[in-house]
Write a new protein. Structure first.
Length: 405
């Protein structure tokens, strides 16, 4: 096996790389080259380049590396640049930043972003040996590990479009924002997610739930069904009447393992009364309640909000108002809905008469032109989830002269 060294910007790559470094100068590059050879790291990529080059490289490889070293030289906004880098890295990636100034304030800010350590040039092999423990597969510093977010989608009643919205949100996050997404259909007797994606269940969800005592990332990876390079599905399709082969509380460990490898773990909670749904709320960072314009849905929204907000985790809950059917007389108006539930509707998804049904039956994504309104709503929800809408709002305020100075 040969170690890969690249000294030109824009180098393409495929496969899995354990150690990746993008640095600004030849001296640092030579130190890294000696380090890689000294430790016989067989899957490494060392190159001259900036954080932008690192981002471009990471978007081309199948999996993020175990260790990533980036040089902050030339970066006028290092925290912003590292934030962009974090968006394309899996949560398990251990990032080391390299700089030229011994700045405690910068160091603390980097740690808050999830960077494991900050090294000041000149870099030496001895410094790398003290920082990186290849044998243990970790950076030798006590920093809280960055983990992915658990997102729960739950409907206020059947047929409001939870899976439709959830899967298209997962598609957008994985394909357009380059996040790694695990979609978990919590209906162990067979939800709609697999059919809508055109894939088959391997009963991976019940497999991991009944084997939580021996779970590790490799075990969980083998149970996932891939839909593209960044979207993976975990589901089951038990025969009706079959007892559940797992104990209460098992979901916690599964989510812990998934959050180490995915930016987002999306839980499709089809049955509000299912014990798994309650467990999902207990470990969620965000819950999206999908409702429609009916009195019953309004009432259930109130009940669910009280139930979710009473959980120990106290996840952030947002209401999505979907229009799965054509507008007819007698439907609750959006303003009246918000008055009833006492909560602002975070996003509203417009009715799409044909394109969504066709796409779901074919296991494909909705057509961009014929389902433009629906797709725009999904983009808006995704921007909300990733925080991009806040950036856009701040930018607009600054343009209007209303931002903070």
């Amino acid at each position: 096996m040969s170690t890969e060294f690249s000294f030109r910007k824009g180098t393409t790559a495929t496969g899995i790389v354990d150690f990746i470094a993008f640095v600004a100068d030849r001296d640092t590059e030579q130190v890294l080259k000696h380090y890689v050879l000294e430790h016989a790291i067989t899957h490494a990529h060392v190159a001259i380049g900036s954080i932008d080059d690192a981002i471009a490289y990471l978007l081309k490889i199948e999996r993020s590396p175990l260790f990533l070293l980036v040089d902050l030289h030339g970066s006028t906004m290092p925290l912003s640049d590292l934030g962009r880098l974090a968006e394309v890295c899996e949560p398990s990636v251990q990032v080391v930043a390299l700089g030229e100034r011994n700045d405690v304030g910068l160091f603390r800010s980097l740690l808050k972003l999830g960077v494991r350590d900050y090294l000041v040039k000149p870099l030496t092999v001895e410094l790398l040996n003290r920082t990186v423990s290849l044998a243990d597969g970790k950076i030798n510093t006590v920093v809280q590990s960055r983990a992915g977010k658990t997102i729960v989608l739950v409907g206020t009643r059947g047929g409001v479009g939870v899976t439709t919205i959830g899967l298209n949100l997962a598609r957008h996050l994985s394909e357009d924002t380059h996040r790694r997404v695990a979609y978990v259909d919590l209906n162990v007797y067979g939800g709609a997610a697999n059919n809508m994606l055109g894939i088959q269940s391997n009963n991976g969800l019940t497999d991991v739930l009944q084997n939580v005592h021996r779970l590790d990332p490799q075990y969980v990876e083998r149970t996932l069904v891939a839909k593209g390079n960044r979207l993976f599905v975990l589901s089951s399709e038990l025969d009706y009447g079959t007892p559940r082969p797992f104990q209460a509380g098992a979901l916690k460990r599964v989510l812990e393992v998934l959050r180490d490898s995915f930016h987002y773990v999306m839980l499709d909670a089809g049955n509000r009364a299912d014990p798994l749904t309650g467990e999902a709320f207990d470990h969620a960072s965000r819950v999206f309640l999908v409702a429609d314009r009916t009195v019953h849905s309004s009432r259930e929204t109130l009940r669910l909000l009280r139930y979710i907000e009473s959980r120990d985790a106290d996840p952030s809950a947002s209401v999505l108002l979907n229009n799965p059917n054509a507008a007819t007389a007698g439907k609750v108006q959006a303003a009246d809905f918000m008055t009833i539930v006492g909560r602002t509707v975070r996003h509203e998804v417009p009715y799409e008469p044909k394109a969504i049904s066709i796409a779901e039956n074919l296991g494909e994504a909705p057509d961009e032109k014929t389902a433009s309104g629906f797709n725009q709503a999904i983009v808006s929800i995704a921007s909300d989830l990733t925080g991009q809408h806040k950036v856009a709002e701040r930018s607009l305020l600054q343009k209007l002269g209303l931002g903070r100075h």
